[in-house]
Ligand binder design. Structure first.
Ligand code: ADP
Length: 355
């Protein structure tokens, strides 16, 4: 017997056929009319369908019985509870009758594909919805301008609102392009050693006007002269998103701080605000695309709901992560953690002593 498959009740197919089956990407087993497994590939036992030599899972048993009764090949996707976790697994079964009432069952785990299908569908629905609002507003405002043709004041008012909606649309499209280019995973071809001080300066410069408009003081502190290995534009965009949020979700006249430091093998950049904070129950979900704690507020600030998703992707692309600490009503701290490329003995005297 080949090591690639397990013969439970003695071979139901010849060694040659079994070796061919072994080449298939799917798991497989052969069962008789009584639901006994005659032969199986090792992976067929991973799904919790077979216990000892019997098919214990009810839907699988029914499917096999159906094929045995009709004598015809059948393909069906079934959602089957996992034995160890609560989440269901989606398995694609192909069942074919072979000799003497026995059937060959091929199993493909398509759980991940189905989850991705749902995410993709939700994303398309969300994008359509998000685009519909400003596009609809633009169309209504154009009509309003047409009917206010003799009233220059009204025209100015509608035109400035049109401008705002067009800007919103352009920010949304820009964020979508950023996100899709990040999701291409085209490797770190544009990576270079970058000064963190430089990243902070550029990102701060980008948001300075926004901060001034709200009377928010921007403060920089921490360790200077740190470096990271990465894509400059992506890292600036991540920092800009965190700073923009810190300003948007803070009260006028408060303070936003940006701090840098080296911790263990990482460089940390933190953005601290004294703003409205985030309920603990929402702190995971805010990194999802289009998720907002308060959609109405986000609409007022012109947020796309994509900012933190972009931040998260940038961090992952750079081998790092982004975390949040927040207290509702008191403020939030977002921390980007990236691998430190300058980790060597001079920077880490403890390591020198240890060696
Ligand atoms: P948005 O464009 O809506 O700001 P983001 O993806 O940047 O989208 O953020 C998602 C949500 O997380 C926001 O709508 C807001 O509810 C919350 N959030 C993000 N940053 C902060 C912050 N600094 N303080 C409070 N809430 C925040």
């Amino acid at each position: 017997m080949s090591e690639g498959f397990i013969s439970v009740k003695g071979p139901a197919v010849s060694g040659e056929v079994a070796r061919i089956l072994e080449l298939l990407p799917q798991a497989w087993f052969i069962a008789d009319g009584q639901g006994e497994v005659l032969q199986a590939s090792p992976r067929a036992f991973e799904y919790g369908l077979i216990v000892l030599e019997r098919i214990e899972e009810a839907q699988t048993r029914e499917l096999i019985a159906e094929v045995q009764a009709n004598g015809e090949q059948l393909e069906r996707e079934l959602s089957i509870p996992r034995t160890r976790t609560h989440a269901d697994q989606t398995l694609l079964f192909r069942v074919t009758p072979i000799a003497d009432g026995a059937v060959l069952v091929l199993i493909e785990d398509v759980t991940q594909e189905r989850i991705l299908d749902v995410i993709r569908r939700d994303f398309v629905a969300n994008v359509s919805h998000e685009l519909k609002t400003p596009v609809g507003a633009l169309s209504l405002l154009a009509e309003a301008i047409q009917s206010a043709i003799d009233d220059p004041e009204k025209i100015l008012h509608f035109a400035s609102r049109m401008h705002r909606e067009a800007e919103r649309l352009s920010i949304l499209v820009g964020d979508l392009i950023d996100l899709s280019s990040l999701q291409k995973h085209d490797g770190n071809t544009n990576f270079e050693l970058i000064s963190v001080d430089d990243l902070v300066t550029v990102a701060l410069d980008d948001v300075q006007m926004l901060a001034t408009a709200k009377g928010i003081e921007m403060v920089v502190g921490g360790t200077g002269n740190l470096r990271v290995n990465g894509n400059r534009d992506q890292l600036i965009s991540a920092l800009r998103n965190l700073l923009t949020n810190a300003i948007h979700y803070s009260h006028d006249g408060t303070r936003v701080a940006i701090g840098t430091r080296a911790v263990d093998e990482f460089v940390e950049i933190s953005v601290v605000d004294q703003g409205i904070g985030i309920p603990t129950s929402e702190s995971e979900r805010i990194f999802e695309r289009f998720y907002r704690v308060d959609p109405a507020r986000s609409r007022i600030t012109g947020g796309t709901g994509l900012g933190l998703s972009i931040v998260k992707h940038v961090c992952v692309e750079h081998g790092g992560e982004c975390s949040v600490w927040s207290q509702e009503g008191h403020g939030s701290t977002f921390t980007i953690r990236l691998p430190n490329p300058d980790l060597n003995l001079q920077d880490n005297p403890n390591k020198e002593n240890a060696e």
